[in-house]
Design a protein around this ligand. Sequence first.
Ligand SMILES: Nc1ncnc2c1ncn2[C@@H]1O[C@H](COP(=O)(O)OP(=O)(O)OP(=O)(O)O)[C@@H](O)[C@H]1O
Length: 880
Amino acid sequence: MEGALTARDKVGVQDFVLLDAYTSEAAFLDNLRKRFSENLIYTYIGTLLVSVNPYQELGIYTLSQMELYQGVNFFELPPHVYAIADNAYRMMCSELTNHLILISGESGAGKTEASKKILQYFAMTCPMTDSLEIVRDRLLLSNPVLEAFGNAKTLRNDNSSRFGKYMDIQFDFKGIPIGGHVISYLIEKSRVVHQNQGERNFHIFYQLLEGGGEELLAYLGLERDPQLYRYLSQGHGANESSVNDKNDWHTVSSAFSVIDFTDDDLENLFGIIASILHLGNICFRENHRGCSTIPVIHEIKWIAKLLGVQPSALLEGLTHRKIEAQTEEVMCPLTLELSVYARDAMAKAVYGRTFTWLVNKINSSLASKEFTKKTVIGLVDIYGFEVFDKNGFEQFCINYCNEKLQQLLIENTLKAEQAEYEMEGIEWEPIQYFNNKIICDLVEERHRGIISILDEECMRPGPATDLSFLEKLEEKVGKHAHFQTRKLAGPMGRKRIGWMEFRLFHYAGEVTYCTKGFLEKNNDVLYRHLKEVLCSSQNGILKECFLAAELDNRRRSPTVGTQFKNSLSSLLEILISKEPSYIRCIKPNEKKEPSKFDDFLIRHQVKYLGLMEHLRVRRAGFAYRRKYEHFLQRYKSLCPDTWPHWRGPPAEGVERLIKYIGYKPEEYKLGRTKIFIRFPRTLFATEDAFEFSKHQLVARIQATYRACLERRAYVKKRQAAIKLETHWRRVLARKKAERRKWAVFIVRRFIKGFIHRDRPLCPDNEEFIVFMRKNYILNLRYHVPKNVLDKSWLTPPGILENASELLRRMCTRNLVRKYCRGISAERKALMQQKVVTSAVFRGKKAGYAESLNQPFADSRIDEGDINPKVLQLLSNEKIQ
Ligand SMILES: Nc1ncnc2c1ncn2[C@@H]1O[C@H](COP(=O)(O)OP(=O)(O)OP(=O)(O)O)[C@@H](O)[C@H]1O
């Protein structure tokens, strides 16, 4: 697969790990140059992304590109910032861990652009619900607002971030973005009052003047021309700016409404921006006593109106200082210089706190309303390493911050990687790298570091100056290998360092700092009198920024340096707790030109970004490692022994699993708690197999789920059927019981009737007798005699004896009649003859009885039974 990876990439190698001469810086640069000349700005070192700023639109951030990278294996496609974003996202979703994308590089290298692309990627590709679309829009639109207030044109970058930014994007367990949080670090407030030649103030000032409507500007008392404002015209760079302020104003204005800014908020906000511009235009004049005065109060009136303060109090605050004696307060007039200082301090304080308010406001609109468990992906976009001709306190802080971030990278990659191999008992050849902890200590160590020395100098009684601070530095850290001053440098170095300067040998190169303004900027004092004025402000934003309680607090607030040091250490705590991915941005040339590859500049960045060391560590090491538990949890479905549950120790489970999948011994190593996979191809194959098995798993899970649903439905139906059955049985049983009851009643009546059958008809036997009668009559049908000789007769019950007898007679008579009618005339005559003969001979002839084979009987026709007509007939015969 590695071969395939190379084949996919026609220009150079897309992963420096695949470089043959991986120790050669020249080969590294060559590969970078080859790719850059073909507009391939991204290259991997393992999972770290190296990005070279193209300074042109390349068309590689389209929606189709986003879709291409979505859910694809990290190394399957050419390197891209989307691949880093997607990888972090998928890891977060599958392992439910917090992630971090740390973007570093010098000013203008493309950090902010990279972080914006990542944010856009999440916004466009993450699953989304209708209700959460607003969160997505807010996440996206918070950026232009922050940039308007926190970015400015510098010599190195037309859109340079002048504050550090850490942004959390929060996701729910389904991977849907549900909120975010922004932390800002050390906004460069001094830019509000001073800009270097060719640089500008923060964008928002120009955007407001350029894009704001006539009505708004009139309300704020502003003119459209930035050159009319001292705070905007010092850099003489506004006109040459490549920034389109008018367009940006429209973007920012529409963003405000999305991120919940009310009309009042905007009125207050622009009131503050305008009042800073007015503040800058206040001119002081020295009176005959050497005190400052304000001859024209036009600006004071506007500021008072916009900030809702008393003009007289503001005027006094800018020209006087309140000194607290033991029992009373004394107003002491300021010199011209101090008035200018007070004015600028006020402008800086107002802007700085308004920026903090703005960040808080954005945070409250981004705050997630969901109470589900959240995972986050953090984006760190901090000002890059800066080296200017003149470097001041700001550059000192910015470069210190970069040192700290480099520390994090060292801790997490170089040092951590080697320590991990050692801890896991994996064979490993140590790699040498420069650990910049020594520089961090030089800056931040308690009591001995530069910041502590600066604080001491700021707080000590007596006249402390920037020069005395420099002397203290020489005294306390003079011997440090990474510190130098003019006095400490040899004859060669001396020429390059001024009297007020000191030099630090940063991991990224040497930077000479001018101590001028260090004490003032570190102290960042706003005179109490002006603070009181601001605390009385009726402007809604300033009311929140300057609380009256602050005036009661007599304790000195921490210096800017210390505050920055503390906030950096809390940032590092946030960063350390997350799984990091790195993007290292490189600036190809100083002129911001496309397709220009400055070898010298890039070699320098490759060196200080530690890319060669990183490559060597990567190359010698393993492409992927995971804790046994995590690895097993993810891939357990690939082996029947580990699926669905592995009961033994995870390490054994992993061993069984990789044996089943067929890993070759050279492809992996088993550490104490982790598995180390050497080649990406091995991981891809496993990942592909997992993807495939996922479908089967899904089918199985679906089947199980459906079965579960069916079973539930069946159980429900069964219960319903049982209920119905029970009910029906009850109905049947009730009917049966009723029938039995009825039968018992009938039987009892029958028995009672039977018992009383012989009694005269009464209610007790009435029914029985009717029944008996009916029964007897019905039965009799089948037992009536068939001929006259048949004397049988169904014995009647006692009560029917008479009726029976009557019936029997009727029946006999009927039979006889039938019989008689059936006798022919000859037979009748013969019969009569016989009767007569019998009458003649009976008793008169011996052997009479024997002469008849059947004795002649004339008694058969009983007179009683015979119809009188027959009898008549017979008697007539007898007579004849
Ligand atoms: N991927 C990119 N594609 C096109 N242009 C880019 C890209 N990355 C950076 N640029 C250009 O380079 C300029 C500087 O980039 P960016 O503002 O991101 O630098 P930065 O590293 O954040 O600098 P700073 O530390 O000063 O904020 C951008 O305004 C843009 O014009």
